[in-house]
Design a protein around this ligand. Structure first.
Ligand SMILES: Cc1cc2nc3c(=O)[nH]c(=O)nc-3n(C[C@H](O)[C@H](O)[C@H](O)COP(=O)(O)OP(=O)(O)OC[C@H]3O[C@@H](n4cnc5c(N)ncnc54)[C@H](O)[C@@H]3O)c2cc1C
Ligand code: FES
Length: 284
């Protein structure tokens, strides 16, 4: 498998200085999350799984995953949850308002590693947001990849994201998607009910040719990995985890995202599980 060490290449020449980008649309996806489409002055040239620092001058900025695929050109898609100070103000904005963007930052996924492989992607909650930047290019060029199996979990139907797009993905050959909710909360739901760990044993796994990708709430990683390892043996370097830590600079300078000697913003947020063997804190 290839090893990669690309230098930081950000949209502005100085990675500390943001560019200003115009909001094209803001669409509510759930009560707390909205899809922001933002027009950049030039293409972001990101890899799937990378993130930007998005914000407003005088307010602040926060790490937000890039949800659009690498072919999206000047259009950047982000799903922003109204969580606190910065995201609260971003949610008050309207189309044609401008926001600041720095990045793209972080390791991300290298699509060439995934070509001709069977791929299992397990997403919990907002974990689908960064993984959509990986899933979209895979689905757009499905014949370049093997069997793709997705397990997508949400707490309730109201919180399930991108359902229309998921229905389109389901129509592609050699794609198998299981959508689950923890609880229907008395709403209509045509998927399964349960935790994302439950369908793991039904997966079709060719142990030498399968890559596993996980992103979700911290508690999910431990239980999914336990369940996966109970039924299948795939090497740790074929497992990718997408981790979140508090971030400020995005550049490996401030130490906010540090786990021991590892800077999550620079070496992550996407790690191979084999990179985390001496970092048990990373998944706790
Ligand atoms: C690599 C990365 C990608 C991210 N992608 C997205 C995304 O696509 N969409 C999105 O909505 N959010 C994303 N986040 C989370 C987002 O950056 C934080 O929620 C951010 O702090 C919100 O800023 P705020 O000023 O609105 O909230 P704050 O006022 O800073 O905090 C709001 C609440 O969230 C808690 N909090 C802050 N940061 C984190 C964190 N990293 N983990 C757990 N709790 C936290 C605070 O303790 C507080 O309770 C991502 C974070 C990282 C590190
Ligand atoms: S966010 Fe500053 S070192 Fe990672």
């Amino acid at each position: 498998m290839t090893s990669h060490s690309d230098p930081v290449s950000t949209i502005s020449d100085n990675p500390y200085i943001p560019i200003m980008a115009e909001i094209q649309s803001i669409d509510a996806l759930t009560a707390r999350e909205s899809l922001f489409k933002v027009l950049l002055p030039e293409p972001l040239k990101h890899r799937p799984g990378q993130f930007v620092m998005a914000g407003l001058p005088g307010i602040g900025e926060c790490a937000i995953s890039i949800s659009s695929g690498p072919q999206s050109g000047k259009l950047l898609e982000m799903v922003i949850r109204k969580a606190g100070n910065v995201t609260g103000v971003l949610h008050q904005l309207e189309p044609s308002d401008v926001i600041s963007i720095r990045g793209p930052f972080g390791s991300g996924f290298y699509l060439e590693d995934f070509k001709q492989k069977n791929i299992v992607i397990i997403a919990g909650g907002l974990g689908l947001v960064p993984l959509r930047s990986l899933i979209t290019p895979i689905m757009d060029h499905k014949s370049d990849y093997g069997l793709v199996q997705l397990i997508i979990g949400s707490r309730t139907p109201k919180e399930a994201l991108f359902r229309h797009q998921i229905q389109q993905w389901k129509k592609l050959p050699d794609v198998h998607i299981i959508e689950l909710v923890d609880d229907t909360d008395f709403q209509d739901w045509d998927g399964d009910i349960g935790l994302v760990t439950e369908p793991v044993q039904q997966l079709t796994i060719d142990e030498q040719n399968t890559l596993l990708v996980l992103c979700g709430p911290p508690v999910m990683y431990k239980f999914v990995l336990l369940e996966f390892k109970l039924h299948f043996t795939i090497p740790d370097n074929q497992i990718f985890v997408d981790l979140e830590r508090r971030m400020r600079c995005g550049l490996g300078k401030c130490g906010h995202c540090q786990i021991n000697h590892v800077y999550c913003c620079k070496e992550g947020p996407v790690f191979r599980y084999s990179q985390l063997n001496d970092l048990p804190e990373a998944l706790s």
